[in-house]
Ligand binder design. Structure first.
Ligand code: SF4
Length: 344
């Protein structure tokens, strides 16, 4: 691995546009290690290239504790040797996305709502991602495919909600988002647009007044579901971004993934819920890991998860307790995982 990335001084990074920050994201492990004062010997790095490369914007890297190879944010983005090991039950398509795909960028699994794969691009590559093997080239919205997707939506009047997903839909330019939303505007049966995005957390500069106005101009109810897993991710910049979002009529929720050695403690989960609420975001879902190939080192067992959520319930008011869920391929909805009261 060569050191191809020249770290940008923080003050410079903050003056860059979100597109420049995205283009300058770390993609080289040695460069990131240098920046974080962590030597390769302290890390369990892969011995061969993994086709899901390192990608992390500097604004996120700045929240990783320097010199700490066990930092909970670093663990979310650092490729590991374990990813190259096969594990029983870990699949390329763990939640049956391809089976539920109408081959036009639409994934229609659940009654009343359908998901639109808008792009394969993300600002960050999360190692636990359940779509890390997804064939985006075959599914993302090319100009040709978008007409098929729109016809599908038009011909399914039972749909009331479209979920923009990816990749990360906010990795698209404002112009492309606007174009898509304006085409959805004519469908009166579509009441809500839900946007699943990690960008406000990992690259807060992406959220601008222009983007927010573009979303509002859709004429639909907007629900933005963020993706933060650990309270350390929520720095002042993210807080300011959420406050900006809250100036518009947008429902702001968060979903997390329960990840071993990252947020698998009642303390981390409670702190995350409190930190989210402080910046105007309601905890929505806590997902069990979807078993994508190469992610087995992140697994927290269902029984352990049940005990953890029970501890969280004992400490927090109900509105701060995310719903613990898992996704089962072919099921008509997410499955709630019961909390388990620990016996003393
Ligand atoms: S941002 Fe979301 S889609 Fe992109 S790599 Fe992370 S978890 Fe996967």
């Amino acid at each position: 691995m060569s050191n191809t990335h020249t770290p940008i001084p923080i003050s410079t990074a903050k003056t860059q546009t979100w597109q420049q920050q995205l283009a300058n994201a770390f993609t080289d492990i040695d460069a990131l290690g240098n920046y974080l004062s962590i030597s390769p010997a302290e890390l369990n790095l892969p011995t061969q290239t993994i086709d899901f490369p390192l990608k992390v914007p500097q604004s996120y890297a700045d929240r990783i504790e320097k010199g700490n190879p066990n930092d909970p944010l670093l663990k979310q983005i650092l490729p590991e040797q374990t990813e190259l090991t096969e594990a029983p039950g870990y699949l390329s398509d763990p939640v049956g996305d391809l089976e539920a795909s109408a081959n036009n960028g639409i994934i229609h699994k659940y009654h009343g709502r359908a998901l639109l794969i808008t792009t394969g691009a993300c600002a960050i590559n999360c190692r636990y991602c359940f779509r890390r093997h997804f064939p985006y080239q075959q599914q993302q919205l090319s100009k040709q495919r978008i007409q098929n997707a729109l016809s599908y939506i038009e011909n399914h009047p039972e749909l009331s909600e479209i979920i923009l997903s990816g990749g990360d839909p906010l990795a698209l330019s404002d112009e492309r988002i606007d174009h898509l939303l304006q085409q959805l505007k004519d469908f009166t049966h579509i009441k809500r647009i839900r946007i699943h995005t990690r960008l406000p957390v990992v690259l807060p500069a992406r959220i601008t007044r222009q983007l927010m106005q573009t979303l509002i101009n859709s004429g639909k109810q907007i629900i933005m579901v963020l993706h933060a897993n650990h309270p350390q991710e929520l720095n002042n910049e993210v807080a300011d971004t959420c406050r900006l979002i809250k100036q518009y009529p947008v429902t702001l929720l968060n979903q997390s993934v329960l990840l071993k050695d990252i947020n698998d403690s009642a303390e981390a989960l409670c702190d995350l819920s409190e930190a989210l609420f402080d910046i105007g975001v309601l905890p929505y879902y806590l997902h069990l890991l979807d078993k994508a190939k190469g992610t087995q080192h992140f697994e927290v067992s269902e029984s352990e998860a049940g005990q953890l959520i029970s501890q969280v319930q004992n400490r927090l008011p109900g509105y701060l307790v995310p719903k613990l869920v898992k996704e089962i391929s072919g099921a008509p909805c997410k499955i709630t995982v019961a909390s388990t009261v620990m016996q003393s």
